[in-house]
Design a protein around this ligand. Structure first.
Ligand code: PDD
Length: 283
């Protein structure tokens, strides 16, 4: 049984209880972060705390965030659960009180964290690549806030599963925004990496930031702009990034093969360099 963290306490997972009045539950009034763990250390800790702080402010959740305190709790959870490879999930909700759209000013936020074991270094998706479908991007317009209302990606992933794919790329006004829980990239025939620029339209991936730095160090040209499905079908390689995947090659989009249906060489090189860099900078 796992030990989890809730409002200042470490408890067995079956003793951690959240109120039915919690605003995350009733209104999706909560924000979250997923941080990956390798060799018992955290990847990109500072970046995740920085984004959490922005999400909290945008969701009007008055939570005093102290990076060192979060790190201490996360390190303790890793130790208590002997986690070597996997994820730490963290969620802060506006708190629990009788249902009302406007929260009381004095209401205290709820914070929880738990660990999850997951194969990150050698999952089958890296060997085989993944297939994606395209779906309409039906999400709200502040996708830069990492909020817990995730019905749109849940439905998109389910549609992908029904169609024999592993994920979906979301389309708005003819252009790909991002994956359901990851950022989306193509590598053109001219070896240029194209990924959508940061704005309210996509989540500002922490892995994205690191990947672009890695690609730059590899002397690849980077274009941060929207791209179309047609460009993606014509791409040399395609991939996704997130804390829970690092870099996964995309080998099929809407049943059209990319890179002859095999993980691209440059994608795999970026992935390797990203992991090396992460391992050298664990918190
Ligand atoms: N998802 N875009 C969306 C919509 C996401 O949900 C995520 C992360 C990303 C990538 O962000 P990062 O590189 O910081 O993980 C992009 C997490 C992993 C999740 O919801 O499980």
């Amino acid at each position: 049984m796992r030990t989890v963290y809730i409002n200042g306490k470490f408890v067995p997972e079956n003793e951690a209880k959240i109120s039915i009045f919690d605003r995350s539950f009733l209104f999706s009034h909560g924000v979250y972060e997923v941080t990956s763990v390798l060799n018992g250390g955290l990847i990109d800790h500072q970046g995740h705390v920085r984004r959490l702080s922005r999400s909290l402010a945008n969701a009007q959740i008055p939570f005093e965030l102290i990076s060192d305190d979060i790190l201490k709790v996360q390190k303790r959870l890793i130790e208590l659960n002997q986690l070597q490879e996997g994820l730490i999930y963290l969620q802060v909700s506006r708190g629990a009180e009788d249902r009302d759209f406007i929260p009381s000013e004095s209401l205290k936020p709820t914070i929880i964290m738990f660990t999850q074991e997951k194969a990150l270094l050698n999952p089958p998706q890296v060997v085989d690549g993944i297939k994606v479908i395209s779906v309409d991007d039906i999400r709200w317009r502040r996708r830069d806030v990492k909020a817990v209302g995730l019905l749109a990606p849940v439905l998109a992933k389910e549609e992908a599963r029904c169609k024999g794919a592993q994920d979906a790329w979301m389309i708005e006004d003819g252009y790909i925004t991002e994956g359901t829980s990851n950022n989306a990239y193509i590598l053109t025939k001219e070896n240029t990496i194209v990924t959508r620029q940061l704005s309210h339209d996509i989540l500002h991936g922490i892995t994205r930031e690191a990947i672009l730095a890695v690609a730059m160090a590899m002397d690849l040209t980077i274009e941060e702009r929207p791209f179309t499905l047609e460009e993606a079908y014509d791409a040399r390689e395609a991939f996704i990034t997130s804390a829970s995947t690092f870099v996964w090659p995309v080998v099929e989009i809407n049943n059209q093969e990319i890179a002859q249906g095999r993980p691209g060489a440059i994608t795999l090189e970026i992935r390797k360099k990203y992991i090396d860099r992460a391992l050298a900078n664990l918190a």
